[in-house]
Design a binder for this molecule. Structure first.
Ligand code: F6P
Length: 528
């Protein structure tokens, strides 16, 4: 790909700055609703399995048109197509980014038609392997589902080898096979593994050691402790009870694992729930459910690949993120799923967005003169309303909120769902309208932005589409910012220093440490 123009060097950026000064800074969404009877339809749209209302955001048609121009001037379309074609867009690691191939399956569009697949030399070369692994993994998942001896599945992994499958297993609980319990152990804090080990029996447990690299220290420590526990508890047939999900098949074999499901280095950790890393989910919801998840994501991939930018939902969302971060200066975004099943979604999105776009240099390594990833945070509604929503309504900072609600609940308890949905709608309304009939402490300024996603129901297809929507949206803002959304060098330094510090805890050697770290280390002596 030829070198792309940096966003702050484009004509659109300059025009956006002046549009923001003239119209954006004091833009009142309420006034625009008065002026423009079509505002709701202009700023809302359907994408596969997701309806999105963006109309309560502080954006007008002119700003959105300029953002589209910005996308074109920074080469977003060419960049997207390069990624989809398998070019090495993860340039700092020299890798392609092709998680979309993992869901490159012909599938139904929900209206009786069949969705096309991505074709091309790279896809054609990769697909036989992708399909074979998927088939093997789903066959294995079905075997575990049918095995009444196995009652507990323990996933040992961290970051992308934990958050995606965990979030999805929790979200799709209503679709999960009864009689199997799922545990996720990520932290090296022994309390987490210890708590799980107290609940399980070796003969009835399947351990999944999930690690792309099979070198991550937390995961390896937990895996070794689990193996030791298994043997000490009289567990027999380690090969039956331990499975590895990894790109590093050799290391898994050296650990003593015989059953391994692999994937390629073109699947980033935080983009890996569609790969073998999704095995716990496949066990929970079965082969058909997992294929439906892939199908939903694939439908969103096709929408992202082929819909003109102006009606392309990930593009509109990603550009809104740029507008908020670089022009309005909003530093964070809150995610409020009004669905109990999505309670792990904010944690999942934190890694997806902040590990992808928390970067301070461009693709050439030059420092940026503008902000990148916002802080992404949140809790399910209605709980958040009784905690931090005070700050969102009346605090000094503007925090755009993302509401997510489903039309059909999975339970049949009377009254609950209407109350839940009413609260989500009311919060978005209150943020927009505010309240000026009372002064002082009771005044709500209003004009506080939000986006509202409506999902038909929480099922594998919908979840797949929703997650793919977020993946592509993160790609869009990262692409406009000219950063590499697919590396994560920022996690390395702490890992290295921990290796230096750990032996010092035993010896008490503080030579070369700064005074604070030395002082803190002494606080832990003579414990080690
Ligand atoms: O924290 C960095 C990171 O590399 C994440 O990107 C990744 O998801 C996680 O660690 C786990 O890595 P692995 O799957 O290789 O154990």
């Amino acid at each position: 790909m030829k070198q792309r123009l940096r966003c702050d060097e484009t004509p659109a950026w300059t025009q956006l700055l002046s549009h923001f000064d003239q119209h954006g800074r004091h833009f009142d969404v309420r006034a625009d609703f008065e002026r423009d009877p079509d505002r709701f339809s202009r700023f809302s749209q359907s994408a596969p399995h997701v309806f999105a209302d963006l109309s309560k955001n502080r954006i007008d048609a002119q700003a959105e048109a300029l953002l589209m121009q910005l996308a074109r001037e920074t080469g977003l379309e060419a960049h997207r197509d390069a990624m989809l074609a398998g070019e090495p867009v993860n340039s700092t690691e020299g890798r392609a980014v092709m998680h979309h191939l993992l869901r490159n399956q012909p599938c139904s569009d929900g209206q009786g038609g069949s969705l096309p697949v991505f074709r091309g030399a790279v896809a054609d070369a990769a697909m036989p392997d992708v399909n074979a692994t998927l088939r093997d993994m789903l066959t294995f998942a079905e075997r575990v589902r049918a095995d009444a001896q196995i009652t507990d599945i323990v996933n040992i992994g961290i970051g992308g080898s934990d958050l995606g499958p965990q979030m999805a297993v929790v979200a799709l609980q209503a679709h999960a096979l009864p009689g199997k319990r799922f545990h996720f152990v990520s932290n090296v804090d022994g309390d987490e593994l210890g708590e799980v080990l107290e609940q399980i029996k070796p003969a009835h447990t399947l351990f999944l050691v999930a690690s792309k690299t099979f070198t991550t220290r937390e995961t390896m420590t937990n895996a070794h402790s689990a193996r030791r526990w298994f043997l000490e508890q009289g567990g027999a047939d380690l090969a039956r009870h331990f499975v590895a999900l990894t790109t590093n098949l050799e290391a898994a074999q050296a650990f003593g694992i015989r059953t391994t499901f692999g994937f390629r280095d073109w699947v980033g950790g935080r983009y890996s729930m569609w790969s073998a890393i999704g095995l716990p989910l496949a066990i929970a919801i079965g082969a058909e459910g997992f294929r439906a998840l892939l199908g939903g994501a694939h439908a969103m991939d096709l929408h992202f690949a082929h819909t003109p930018l102006e009606r392309n939902l990930p593009v509109r969302l990603g550009l809104l993120d740029v507008w908020y971060r670089n022009f309005h200066g909003f530093a964070s975004r809150s995610v409020a799923p009004y669905h109990h099943g999505l309670r792990r979604l904010p944690a999942y999105l934190q890694q997806l967005e902040m590990e992808s776009n928390g970067k301070r240099v461009d693709l050439q390594g030059r420092a940026l003169g503008y902000s990148t990833s916002p802080v992404v945070w949140g809790e399910p509604g209605t709980n958040g309303q009784h905690a931090f929503f005070q700050m969102i309504h009346q605090g000094t900072d503007i925090v755009p909120v993302e509401f997510i609600a489903v039309r059909e609940p999975a339970h049949d308890l009377p009254g609950h769902h209407a109350q839940l949905v009413a609260n989500a709608l009311a919060q978005a309304q209150a943020l927009l309208q505010g309240r000026s009939d009372a002064g002082g402490h009771r005044h709500f300024p209003g004009n506080r932005p939000s986006t509202f996603f409506v999902l038909e129901r929480m099922d594998p297809t919908t979840l797949g589409a929703l997650v793919a929507l977020y993946e592509h949206r993160v790609f869009v803002s990262g692409s406009v910012w000219g950063i590499n959304s697919f590396d994560q060098w920022g996690v390395e330094l702490g890992k290295q220093l921990a290796q230096d510090i750990q032996p010092r805890l035993a010896t008490g050697d503080v030579r070369g440490l700064d005074a604070s770290t030395a002082g803190l280390l002494r606080q832990f002596r003579p414990r080690f």
